[in-house]
Structure formats: C-alpha cells, structure tokens
Design a binder for this molecule. Structure first.
Ligand SMILES: O=C[C@H](O)COP(=O)(O)O
Length: 266
C-alpha cells in the first residue's frame, strides 16, 4: 500500500507512483462553515487513524487552508473543488490552481457537472483547467458523465468518449489525473446505474484513456453519484472501479468512514 502525505504527494506524483486503491474522495460542495468543517475533518481523522489507501476531502475554498492545516500529517489529502484556467489575473471571485496549492491543496476537482451544466463550462474550458491544475503541481480529478436525457437515449458511452476526447489534455499522465465518472442523473438523487452499467461505462472510459494517454491503462477511474455506505462496497467491487467520489454522504464522518471501509480501506 502506498500512503500519500500532503507534503510528499507532489513528489510521489512526479515519481509516477500509483495512487493506493481504493481511492475515496469526499466533495463537500457548498457545505461547511468553519466550525462545521473543523468538526467534520476532526471526526474523520479520529476514525481513520492512518489511511491504508487514498482518502481525501474537498472542502469549500473558504475553509481549505484551515482543513489542510488540521489534517496535515494524517495522510488524508485535501483538495479544491474547482480552479480558474489562468494562474492569476483580473478575474473577480475566481480562485487559481496556484492559490489552492498555496492554501494546502494537493488536488482539485475540475469539470464537475454542477459546473458544466449549472454554470455552462465547456469541455474546452475543462481541459484548460486540468492543464492549469497540472502546471500548479496539483492532481486533477476530471469529472465526466451523461445527463438523464443522454442516458435514456442510450448515448452514455458516446458522451463519455466525447468528453474525454475534448477535456483530456494531450500529454497528461496517469500519475497526475484521475477520472471521475458521475452520471448527472445519479448525483444527489439516490439513484445509481446498475453495477453492470457502471462496469460497462468504466470499461469504455478505460479503452478511451488507453487511446489518449501512453499510460492510460493506469489512470484511476472513480465512480460518483449517490454513493452511500450501503452501496459503496458493491460499487467498488465492480471491475474497473478504482474508488468513489462522494458528495452528500461525505458530510457525515461515520457514513464517509463506512464507505472508505466498504472499499477495503483501513
Ligand atoms: O462530487 C460528488 C458527486 O457529485 C456525488 O454527489 P452525491 O454523492 O451527493 O450524489
């Protein structure tokens, strides 16, 4: 098992070491005032001890530095939820990848559907953000996923392939980018694809990554969308699923820890 401490994470990525599986990431989204964030991070650290796998949280930017300081030395990594595609400039309200790194982040989520569909982010912009993350030395968590209409029309694989083709930066490597497959219709709804469908999508993503990157066979692929303690074990047991990106259930330390344990983390 390989454990990543925040301080050694970039060095580990530079050495092209594999992320230890399972990879369990919690995206807090727009939740967490300072006291809540402190209690959540503390509760998680208390339950986990020293992670045997890859465990990370993605708090709101306002509490990122405090959470990163609180979790320093625990082996739990901390990341941002989005970054601008430029390192600095006159972009009111935006946060750059170097700023996230400066605040203690080692990773950043890009292309989440709540930004693609809620805020109109395109594949081209997502690709530029992945590049910005890589240039700042952050691990990029590249999110892709079909809408409900695309799913109902049977276009899931075609959409995933297009999103990868248009948002995977040329020359990016498995050590620096993780792909998160999140069907938009499964996010926060309590609905999930069947295990067979998850396996099929992950296999298609893998096949595409093998065409896009020389080490595409090694890119970690996560599943996200209504992952809870009671379905996490079955989902992480699907061939080709390297871990999960959890939203709502990551806001409860007991539930999030149970998900981590369900994937084999100790
Ligand atoms: O980033 C996380 C995903 O959007 C999943 O959210 P959820 O677990 O609340 O469905």
């Amino acid at each position: 098992m390989v454990c990543y401490l925040a301080a050694g994470f970039t060095a580990a990525m530079d050495q092209k070491m594999a992320l230890a599986r399972p990879i369990v990431f919690g995206n807090w989204k727009m939740h967490g005032l300072r006291a809540e964030a402190k209690a959540l991070a503390g509760g998680l650290a208390e339950r986990v001890g020293r992670p045997s796998a890859t465990l990370g949280v993605f708090p709101p930017a306002t509490v990122l530095a405090e959470v990163a300081a609180q979790l320093a030395g625990t082996g739990i990594l901390v990341g941002g939820q989005d970054c601008h595609d430029k390192p600095k400039g006159a972009f009111t309200g935006s946060i750059s990848a170097p700023m996230l790194k400066d605040a203690g982040a080692v990773a950043v989520i890009v292309g989440h559907s709540e930004r693609r569909h809620g805020l109109g982010e395109t594949d081209a912009l997502v690709r530029a953000k992945v590049q910005a993350a890589l240039e700042a030395g952050l691990l990029a968590i590249l999110c892709i996923g079909e809408t409900e209409a695309e799913w109902l029309e049977g276009r899931t694989l075609e959409v995933l392939e297009r999103q990868l083709d248009q948002s995977w930066p040329q020359g990016a490597s498995a050590a620096r980018v993780v792909v998160a497959y999140e069907p938009v219709w499964a996010i926060g709804t309590g609905r999930t694809p069947t295990l067979d469908d998850i396996g099929r999508s992950h296999a298609a993503i893998r096949a595409r990554l093998e065409r896009l990157a020389s080490d595409g066979d090694k890119v970690a692929i996560l599943y996200g969308g209504s992952v809870k303690a009671d379905n996490a074990g079955a989902i992480m047991a699907v061939a080709g699923v390297d871990g999960v990106l959890v939203g709502g259930a990551s806001l409860d330390p007991d539930g999030f820890f149970a998900i981590y344990r369900a994937g084999g983390g100790a």
